[in-house]
Design a protein around this ligand. Structure first.
Ligand SMILES: [Fe+2]
Ligand SMILES: [Fe+2]
Length: 405
């Protein structure tokens, strides 16, 4: 990989890490350090290196960087107003960190308190939109919409953050709320990096990572559906957090039950069925503001007709968010390979959900969910967590098997 490409990769890595971890976190320090070192290497060989991000293309100086053809950060940066990036003078580590913070804020990856905005500082970094002049020759290029979603990022950072979050809950019983919200923000950014929505679903590689990938996928699906039915941005995020945390109670389930390859015994099922109550308790004890997530954790296995669990002693209607997450939950569970069965095809899964509309699922939400999945069929991207692959349609496995947990 060329020097400029190495720098841009380290730069993007730093931005996404800074969106996930707060100031002082070692992962964040490491990522900034790495970007700084790459920049120093680059500046050692090129005087005033400059980059342009335009229409999905990345230019280094005047030259198109073909190796970054599929690098989606260029589009994200351009959309956030950073179309041109120039290093005109020596840059200190602090300069770079301040600049990275600004980019993170521009990308809306982290909440910023504008009252505490940094004073203007003079640095060797220039950036911003490109003038109309610079656009000549490029603006007439036709942007042909891709029939399938093609994204080149991984959700590795998000998956790592979720794993870390589950460990924290397991060890200390406390939910790190800021990180949970950062993951949801980051997923939301990934979904909207393109002009049309992308639904990035992580493909499970190792069975014991099920809860991590499943949490990310349910969060993404819940946000997509909430957006599809016209909810506002704040509600969409709240539904995303609820989706991310719906199975949090599973941190209390012993691993051998969670990953058991065969059928669960009655006593094991009993343990499994405790996760909605446990999850709701953990969430409520961690943060009062998260009562929506707590309600969803509690209700996500309750069926429309009152079946499911936990057992309700009197008939009651579940929260709209719980009904929505319930559909997304079953969809992702059935679409995933499990130790005891293969993944279902998208079509079989949707048919199954449609067949249970009115008994297990809310019919109106099912109509919307199916409508959304069929409309955005080509925008569902299967993200391989480990290797950054993706394509539109996932491999379709054969026959449906029995519904899981
Ligand atoms: Fe669950
Ligand atoms: Fe679930």
């Amino acid at each position: 990989m060329s020097e400029p490409a190495k720098f841009l990769n380290a730069f993007a890595q730093a931005i996404s890490t800074m969106g996930l971890y707060k100031a002082g976190h070692p992962a964040r320090q490491r990522a900034i350090e790495a970007a700084y070192n790459q920049l120093a290497d680059l500046q050692a060989s090129v005087i005033k290196p400059s980059f342009t991000f335009l229409g999905g293309e990345v230019l280094f100086g005047q030259r198109t960087m073909r190796e970054l053809k599929e690098w989606d950060w260029g589009t994200r940066l351009a959309n956030a107003g950073v179309q041109r990036l120039e290093f005109v003078d020596d840059v200190t580590r602090d300069d770079l960190e301040a600049f990275l913070e600004e980019v993170v804020a521009k990308l809306n990856l982290a909440q910023i308190d504008t009252a505490l905005a940094r004073p203007e500082r003079k640095t060797g970094i220039k950036f911003g939109a490109i003038g109309v002049k610079g656009m000549t020759g490029l603006q007439h290029r036709e942007d042909v919409a891709l029939p399938t979603a093609t994204i080149t990022y991984t959700l590795n950072d998000e998956a790592n953050a979720v794993r870390w979050m589950h460990d924290e809950v397991q060890q200390y019983g406390q939910l790190p709320l800021i990180e949970a919200e950062a993951v949801v923000r980051s997923l939301s950014v990934a979904m909207h990096a393109d002009s049309e929505i992308v639904i990035p679903l992580v493909q499970l590689k190792e069975f014991d990572q099920y809860t991590t990938t499943h949490s990310l996928n349910v969060s993404v699906l819940a946000m997509a559906l909430a957006e599809f039915i016209g909810l506002g941005a704040a509600d969409v995020r709240a539904f995303g957090v609820a989706g991310l945390l719906h199975d949090l109670g599973k941190v209390r389930i012993p691993k051998d039950i969670l990953t058991k390859p065969g059928k669960l015994s009655d006593s094991e099922w009993e343990v499994m069925r405790r996760h909605p109550v446990d999850g709701a308790k953990i969430i409520i004890q961690s943060d009062r503001q998260l009562d929506l997530a707590a309600v969803v954790a509690y209700e996500h296995h309750v069926m429309l007709n009152g079946g499911g669990y936990p057992c309700m002693h009197y008939e009651r209607d579940c929260h709209h968010a719980s009904k929505l997450v319930h559909i997304c939950d079953v969809y992702d569970a059935l679409r995933t390979n499990r130790p005891y069965r293969d993944a279902w095809s998208a079509e079989a899964t949707l048919s199954h959900i449609e067949a249970k509309a009115g008994t297990e699922f809310d019919p109106e939400l099912v109509r919307n969910f199916s409508g959304m999945m069929r409309k955005f069929e080509g925008r569902v991207a299967v993200v391989d967590e480990a290797t950054s692959v993706l394509t539109g349609a996932a491999a379709e496995p054969a026959e449906p098997a029995k519904s899981g947990e």
